[in-house]
Every structure is written in structure tokens, then in C-alpha cells.
Design a binder for this molecule. Sequence first.
Ligand code: ATP
Ligand code: MG
Length: 641
Amino acid sequence: MHRAEETTVASYADFYRRSIDDRDVFWAEQAQLIDWATSPQTICDYSNPPFARWFADGTTNLCYNAVDRHLADRGDQRALIFVSTETDQEIVYTYRQLHAEVQRMAAALQGLGVRKGDRVLIYMPMIAEACFAMLACARIGAVHSVVFGGFASGSLATRIDDAEPTVIVSADAGSRGGKPVPYKHLLDEAIKLAAHKPQAVLLVDRGLAPMQLVEGRDHLWGALRESLLDAQVPCEWVEATHPSYTLYTSGTTGKPKGVQRDTGGYAVALAASIRNIYCGKPGETFFCTSDIGWVVGHSYIIYGPLIGGMATIMYEGTPVRPDGGIWWKLVEKYKVSVMFSAPTAIRVLKKQDPKYLSQYDLSSLRSLFLAGEPLDEPTAKWISEGLNHKPIIDNYWQTETGWPILAVCNGVEPTPTRFGSPGKAVYGYNVKLLDDQTGEELTGPNQKGVIAVQGPLPPGCLQTVWRDDARYVNTYWSSVPNQLVYSTFDWGIRDEDGYYFILGRTDDVINVAGHRLGTREIEEAIAAHPNVAEVAVVGVADQLKGQVAMAFAVLKDASQLEDPDAMLKLEGDVMKLVDGSLGAVARPARVRFVAVLPKTRSGKLLRRAVQAVCEGRDPGDLTTMEDPGALQQIKDLVAGV
Ligand code: ATP
Ligand code: MG
């Protein structure tokens, strides 16, 4: 039995306190949730702040913890459930089968020259082989760098040059809305553009798009796999601080940052989070609808659920094809207990007939977790009602942290949620609210400040920016003079009970005639209008007031979008709504209506691009933007075309 299970915890407040005040004892207990080749004796080495080295003298392996250690007890239980509504495939891998596939992939990578510490870039759709490739890297101590499938060749090329991979694993194509999205030519183009050349490219041929193989460089997984059916590749025991992967942030606020993650701290953090935050149990099913290209996919499609001995669903497809009930159908079929999605996905479902939510037996589902962006009240209410008032749990974190900073830890003590709040500070994170001008700590309730974390960051968080320690320190740890705190660049408030509310990015704070406002507050007020589906508010430089708010909204019923009079009337109605809820000072200078808002491919509003366009500036790095047409529409509106 794990020692952590024997500890009786009186309350979450005690649990949290211990994690900060008695840090090493606390994390030594959590460390027993995973298997080690050498148990760590040093828990947190913070001799060189802000660089924290967790469990530094321990050795372990992520793949061992995710796969091998479950073979004895649950070898024939489900591990990976691959579902594609794009290609109509559904394949279930038991832990034993997953173990075999991962060893085949590991042998293939080794055969292509990959050794411990080498990087492997994974540019793949949401197919089982992508999971095999990630776990195979972890198995042999290689560092994976997953790049969201379908990124254009330019974005891919910069990532190839940053990671300098020995091997790239890819596929002929992804698929979206039933149509193949060819990858191979994008990859070829990216390799041409990049200064670094991989030794080999390993390709999964799904039969979706023609591929031209480059002699001597390109290898087909199908053929290699056949020759490696009995491959046995032992896990390479690596130091807990050995990098497991690098991953880029979403690029919402600028050029994406290459986050580097360790091995031991990450495994411990995930194992503990599955138990304390997501409340998943071995043998149950976890369904996370994200993509492996994002941190949520790394932590809660692949590593977290598997480390926790759960089955995990890897889903390729949209939430509305073949119909808006597909996710709920999977919940019924695989008896999903824990589901994890993003507000943006729920907003897509909200446009569908609510009948889909009542068509399936969802009794296995305990809670739905949402993260990635603010969860607005109308969306939370809609899904909560649709799911018969099952808990809808917002949680707040970042690519950098790898797991939640703010959440409710129901696995420690049942804690009620509050609308609009992702919960309280999670154990291990010494969260502070700071005055963004003076850096002073704000200790009273309901004060607005920057959310920061006093070092050391807990296990699982980024070790550094890949190959750029200086950038790590300068970007994250240098915002407050004479104080070593990690800045999240998000702005929020904390109520008297310790619940936080995110007001937006620090960049999104606007100053209208001396009043500091969060764009999120104005967006919430506008979103309360019955015909507003989604809205982005940005601060735009104004000679008189310093800044004014500008709003761009997507309508639920857009039939009158081309009628200027109707839109003017609606603009007035929306302004009145803002006046009523926040006061006239928050009233946007203009409220414009558009068909679609510019977003990153991970579904986040690109406010900084909207702001730049409104101010007639260059919108900067747009490599992670989903639909360039969305920004053009705003440009045209602003230019008065
Ligand atoms: P970049 O750092 O490159 O600008 P990004 O910050 O969007 O991109 P991610 O790491 O994917 O990259 O997103 C983390 C951010 O998402 C957080 O800093 C916060 O702004 C927002 N976020 C995440 N979860 C929540 C949440 N539950 N509520 C509000 N905002 C959230
Ligand atoms: Mg960020």
C-alpha cells in the first residue's frame, strides 16, 4: 500500500499547508504513487533558484509507470481506446497489447539511430501510433517534441530547428470533417526549409493520401512493425531530472515558448493529480477530448490516465460528426468516469440540439473537467443542466505547469465549486496575488492582481525553456523586482474563501480614463446577451482616454448580419447591457459583429492579434492561428470596407 493512502488528511487546507510548509515530506509521500528503479533520497534541490530539481537522485521511467507496471495486475484490461469518426475505426488495446506496440515502436526508433537524450519530433494526427511513439521515446530515454498535426511547414520548420530531432515520426495524412488533410508534403517542405536535417523519417501510411518516399530517409512503420513483432526493448532507467519532452505554448500572446519537462517530477505530479484532482481510479475510463499537440493531451490523454492504471480514449474527429451526440455515445459505450474538455468545445456543442445529451446513459460519468480558457457562466450552466447537474469543474493551468495550478481537489476533500472560479490554489503551488505595478503582495480579499507562484515550482512544472535558461529566467521569473516569483501573466482576484477568478491575461488589462478593467469582465457582460454566442474584447489606444474597449461578437442568429440598421440597434442593446452590469466606464467604444473570431488551433481567442489590427499594427506571429479569414474580416471592419 502506498504511504500516501495511509496518511489521514483532516482537510484540504491542512493538505495544502503541508505541501508548502513541509514540502519534502509531502512530496516524498506523493513520490510513492509511482515506481522507481532507485528511490529518491533528495526530494527538492532548490540550491540554484529558480531552477528546481525534483527527486534528483532517483531513477525511473515514464513508460514503465504508464505501461509496464500495470501488466501484472491489469495486463488484459483496456489501456488505449482509439476512436476515429474520421475513418470509422475503433481499436481497443489492452495494457499487454500496448506494451507490445510500444516495444515495436521503440525498436524501430532505435533501429533508426535514436539513443537516450536524442530528440524525436512527432508530427501526427490523433492515431494510436502517435501514442506508441510518445511512449516509445519515454521508454528509451529519448525526448519527444510533439508538434500539432497540420501546422504549416513554416511553423514546423522552426520547431525542427529548435528540437534538432534525430528522427521525425509522421503520417500520410490527418483527417477533418471526413476529408483527408495531407501531412507528408508539409513535412517534406518543412525539412527543406529547416537548417537541421533528421537522419530518418518514420511514416504511418493510413492510406488517406499519396506519399512520395525519400530514398534512404523515409521508412514505413507498417513494414518495420512486421519485422519487429516480437521486439523486446527494456525501459531505460533515467535520472528523475532527465528531460522527457519539449512542447510549445499555444502562442496566444506571442511567439510560442519551448517548454522542457523532466521525468520523475512529472510522473509524480500526474499520478497525484489523477487521484487528488480528477479522482480517477485504476480500471476506470478517462476521456480527454484535447489533442496530443497540446499539454492537456500530453498530461491527460497519454501519461496521466495510463500512470493511473486507467483506460484512456484517444479521439480523432470533431464533436459534431456524425452528430452532436458522439462524445456522449462514447461515454455510454466505454463507461467513462472522468471527462476533460475545453470551454471552446462545449460552446460548439451548445449550438447543437440539446437532445443529444439525454439520449445516452451517462450514469458512469462523475464529473466533467474544463480548462484552457475562461469558462463563462452561460456555457457552464448549459452543460451543467445538460448533464443533469453533474459537477462541471473548471481548472486553471498552463503548458508550463503541466498540471493544474488552481482547481478543487475533491480527492482530498469534497469542495464545492463556484461559478466563474477555477477553484483554489492546488497543493504544491505557493500562489500569490501581486500588484502588477509595485510587485507588492495583495493579501486581502477581492483585490485584483497578477497570479504568481513563489518558487520552487512543484514537481511536473517546466524545468527551463529548451536550451535557453536565460530566457526561462527572464520570461517567467523577472517581473517583480527583488522577489523570485514565477509570473503566470494572468490577472485575477481571490475571494475571502480562497477561490480565484481569472480576469484575463495581464496584456488584456485595459486602462480606460484611469479605470483598470479586465477584458474578460466586459466579455462576460456582453456574453449575457441572448443573441451573443462568443465575444472578444480588446483595449485599443485612444488619444483622449488612454485606451478604449472594442468588442467583436459572433451572433447565435446571424441572419441579420448584413443589415446595418439591425446591427446598430443590437450594438446599442449590448452597450446598455454593459452599462447595466459594469457601468458606463466599461462600455466598449464599438461593438462589431463578425461571423467568426480569430483563434489559435487550440481554440483560444487571439486578442493580441485583434488588438494589433485595431491599432493598425502588425499582428505578429500568427503561425498557430486556425482561420486567417477571421482576422481579415476584422481588418475590413476596422478599415470600414
Ligand atoms: P502563449 O503562452 O504562447 O501566449 P497560451 O498561454 O495560450 O500561449 P497555454 O499554455 O496553452 O498557452 O495556455 C495557458 C493559458 O490559458 C493560461 O495562462 C490562461 O491564460 C489560460 N487558461 C488556462 N486555463 C484557464 C482557465 N481555467 N480559466 C481561464 N484561463 C485559463
Ligand atoms: Mg502562456
